[in-house]
Design a protein around this ligand. Structure first.
Ligand code: 26Q
Length: 825
């Protein structure tokens, strides 16, 4: 059929040219949205274009599914409680290669693509690094043509929106589904049932075998919502499958018949609560019943789904591990080890040993933290109440496992107690990291240093038992979103200098090294950076009323607010500089804009005070004419993926100043480096490898090493000694404590100052002098514009290692054994 525009239906649904896209948008405005032209809003244009883009992906997606089915390829199943995808439209246009076409199509309809892009409400289904890593990995899996599904939770409310009221963080619920979600496709027919609570019963089956039946107290239904994830420059389009909880119809129906209508409605509400909201903490709080419920819910749906698809494909369940590589993104999905055992033993009636071999062959476990307070455990009584059958299975896994430990290390009962899946010191609990380690054939950390520390600390006993299971997989970030999309100016320059293959071959960036000595190239480089800084300054002005000068050094720290990340160390430097300028107005410093962003967990007292402190210091400094021509401070509210794309490209200096040994990897550090920022940082996480790649002469290193930190802690750390021996530090702390940055209120920051003075668990004061001295080196280096630009170019040139493509290749080759599958249209 041919339409009046001369386009076929096929073109309108899948054509990549301007005319087809324009007609597709027009059609979606009319037939999918249905507002009359007079009532058509900017958001309608966004939605119509999104649907048009989705049609194009759908075509590729179905071909991908068919190809994977035909080739019977092994599939990566990435299990993650968080996927922090960020806005889809710009990224999908980029990956499909139709940005210019879409821009032109919208222009013909009188619209500006950049303004339309801003209409998207980003799906913030994650807290920070871990969730964003999952999203980068989906991008690389599709781009590298590896069959993959991301399995997770469709939270109705994602991470809260942050507003700043009088310097304090306020949390606003994230109603991201309010105006619909054009990217997902509901699959109500793809549903699985998940049990809760109740008890277990023993029975003998027809063949005379002893078996267990779980008699649940409640059943919740999980339905699938699929979001296609398009690879860059390839036809492969993978699936992000998120589960949403619903009430089971028959349950209300029963109650309804017996007349208990209100009970039926209440049950429905309880069921739907499971996927209501993302927990906004990036470390576990003990005993959150609903959180364990969320984890079990999405893991059970996902594993049932894998088994279902396997049987549809006619593959025997014995071959599960040949067809699926299941990765646990931290311990959050580690109940999967037990659930797969339950599904195989109780439901598919495999014998234990066979089921266990399949389970261990299937799972891999990625650890993202060494902080003891961040290791997940669940109190036994809670576990028992929610998952009675799983606790029995855990006991059996543990019994067999501890027998193995005793066989290997006979007489070492201390080791047996340390390694047990059940913690017995204090309240008894299930140790999820131990469960994940025992149930996985591969265990990895997320940066070289982190992986080494893992083997030497939290998983030391496991390393001694199974050294062959351990490896390192240094994190990576997608250069498509965080370079090509976020930094169009730099993209154009790179295309001109290197051709257009660099987004999928980041090692090519090394060719830029030669350009670092080319003065004309450096001029272009600086012009791009300055335009990016102008763009960010405009955004900050619009959102904070703070005006920044794009010619100043942009010194940026954006990440979750945490004591171990030491935003307050940054503040101490700022106050130091402020005082120096007040005392010595003629002081020659490089003018700087200090920029912060990040969310605090709503219940994290100290983190919220740190935000207030940053804003208090900003208010005082920005209003002080003695200094505000040379320094300013801004807190960007609501740091998220969308504004991150404005922030990273505008940075001259990237702050990566965590206490050595505490940041597993960091990924923001990589996004800054890609965009040509220099790093000031400690030897922590991936900073170590960033410095190795870029060269020590292009990295501002300061601070204690992991060994030194541990040594000082062992010997007994006294922050008061640091204060006694450093009068400038004492003055700075006193100034903060005096109410100078809080309109005379000497109470607000007392807890922060007292914590640093009398406890300082993250050695802020121990690193203060070294940090301030290092910042002086930064300041001096900034004065030499040409050399700074050289270093900036070298940072981008040597950032190739930190592409998520490199990381995903390593996972595929060394852990998953998953091969590429080319998709044809
Ligand atoms: C667990 C249980 C209950 C409630 C919440 C949680 C929870 C949720 C999120 C625990 C941890 C997180 C997130 C952790 C995280 O983002 N870790 C970061 O992971 C990055 C990717 O590997 C690393 O680069 C960072 O160093 C690490 O801090």
């Amino acid at each position: 059929p041919v339409t009046t525009t001369g386009l076929t239906d096929v073109d309108v649904r899948s054509g990549m040219q301007v005319a087809a896209l324009k007609q597709a948008v027009t059609d979606h405005l009319r037939y999918s949205i249905g507002h009359p032209p007079v009532a058509t809003t900017l958001h309608d244009y966004y939605y119509a274009l999104a649907l048009a883009v989705r049609d194009r992906m759908q075509h590729r997606w179905l071909n991908t599914l068919q190809t994977n089915f035909d080739l019977k390829r092994k599939i990566v199943c990435y299990l993650s409680a968080e996927f922090l995808m960020g806005p889809h439209l710009g990224n999908n246009l980029l990956n499909l290669g139709i940005e210019q076409e879409a821009r032109a199509a919208l222009a013909e309809l009188g619209q500006d693509l950049d303004i339309v892009l801003e209409c998207e409400e980003e799906p913030g289904l994650g807290n920070g690094g871990l969730g964003r890593l999952a999203a980068c990995y989906l991008d690389s899996l599709a781009t590298l043509q590896r069959p993959a599904v991301g399995y997770g939770i469709r939270y109705e409310f994602g991470i809260f929106d942050q507003e700043i009221h009088d310097g304090w963080q306020a949390e606003i619920t994230d109603k991201w589904l309010r105006y619909g979600n054009p990217w997902e496709i509901a699959k109500p027919e793809v549903a699985h049932y998940v049990n809760w609570g109740g008890h277990t019963e023993y029975y003998r089956d027809e063949a005379g075998n002893d078996r267990v039946r779980w008699m649940p107290y409640r059943v919740v239904k999980g339905t699938a919502y699929d979001t296609p994830t398009q690879g860059y420059g390839v036809n492969n389009c993978n699936t992000l499958r998120l589960w949403s909880a619903e009430a089971v119809e028959s349950f209300d129906f029963q109650a309804f018949n017996t007349g208990d209508y209100y009970q039926a409605v209440e049950d429905k509400i309880i069921s739907e609560t499971v996927t209501k909201v993302l927990y906004p903490n990036d470390e576990p709080q003990i005993g959150k019943h609903l959180r364990l419920g969320q984890q079990y819910f999405f893991v059970s749906c996902s594993l049932q789904n894998m088994l279902h698809i396997l049987s549809l494909s006619g593959v025997p369940v014995e071959n599960f591990a040949e067809r699926y590589a299941v990765q646990l993104n931290d311990t959050h999905p580690s109940i999967g080890v037990v659930e797969l055992m339950r599904l195989l033993v109780d439901e598919r009636r495999l014998d234990w040993d066979k089921a266990w071999a399949i389970t261990v062959q299937t799972f891999g476990y990625t650890n993202h933290t060494l902080l003891p307070e961040a290791l997940e455990t669940w109190p036994l009584p809670m576990f028992q109440a929610l998952l009675p059958r799983h606790l029995e299975i855990i006991y059996e896994i543990n019994r067999r496992f501890l027998d193995e430990v005793r066989a290997r290390f006979s007489g070492d009962e201390a080791r047996v107690a340390r390694m047990s899946l059940i913690g017995e010191e204090g309240e008894k609990c299930v140790r999820m990291a131990h469960l994940a380690a025992v149930g996985s054939h591969a265990i990895n950390g997320v940066a070289a240093l982190h992986s080494d520390l893992l083997k030497a600390s939290v998983l030391k006993d496991f390393y001694e038992m199974w050294p062959e299971r351990f490896s390192n997989k240094t994190n990576g970030v997608t250069p498509r979103r965080f370079l090509a999309l976020a930094n169009p100016g730099l993209r154009a320059l790179l295309n001109e200098a290197l051709g257009e293959q660099w987004p999928v071959n980041m090692e090519q960036l090394h060719q830029l090294e030669a350009k670092a000595d080319d003065a004309a190239f450096r001029r272009k480089w600086r012009a791009i950076k300055e335009a990016n800084k102008k763009r960010l300054a405009d955004y900050i002005l619009a959102h904070t009323d703070i005006e920044l000068d794009p010619t100043w050094l942009f010194d940026i720290q954006v990440k979750r607010i945490h004591e171990y990340k030491r935003q307050h160390l940054n503040v101490l430097h700022i106050v130091t500089l402020y005082r120096r300028l007040k005392e010595n107005p003629g002081l020659n410093i490089s003018p700087r804009a200090f920029i912060f962003g990040g969310k605090a967990a709503p219940g994290y007292f100290m983190a919220k005070r740190i935000i207030k402190l940053i804003n208090g210091v900003a208010e005082t400094i920005n209003a002080d004419p003695d200094v505000n021509t040379r320094m300013k401070v801004a807190f960007v509210p609501n740091f998220n993926v969308q504004n991150a794309q404005l922030i990273y490209p505008a940075a001259d200096l990237s702050e990566q100043i965590s206490t050595a040994g505490k940041e597993a990897s960091g990924t923001g550090n990589m996004k800054f480096m890609l965009n040509g920022a220099l790093t000031i940082g400690t030897l922590d996480g991936a900073n170590v490898e960033i410095r190795e790649e870029v060269g020590a002469e292009n990295f501002f290193l300061f601070g204690l090493t992991t060994e030194e930190v541990e040594h000082i802690k062992r010997e007994g750390y006294h922050p008061t000694d640091c204060i006694a021996s450093n009068s400038e530090l004492r003055t700075v702390l006193e100034l903060i404590n005096s109410g100078y940055f809080s309109r005379g209120d000497a109470e607000v920051f007392r807890s922060v100052v007292n914590n640093l003075t009398y406890s300082d668990p993250f050695l802020v004061l121990a690193d203060y002098a070294a940090y301030v001295a290092c910042q002086e080196r930064v300041s001096a280096a900034w004065q030499d514009k040409e050399n700074w630009t050289r270093m900036s170019i070298l940072n981008t040139a040597r950032s190739g290692k930190f592409s998520s493509d490199r990381a995903i290749r390593e996972y595929c080759d060394e852990i998953w054994n998953v091969q590429p599958a080319t998709v044809k249209l």
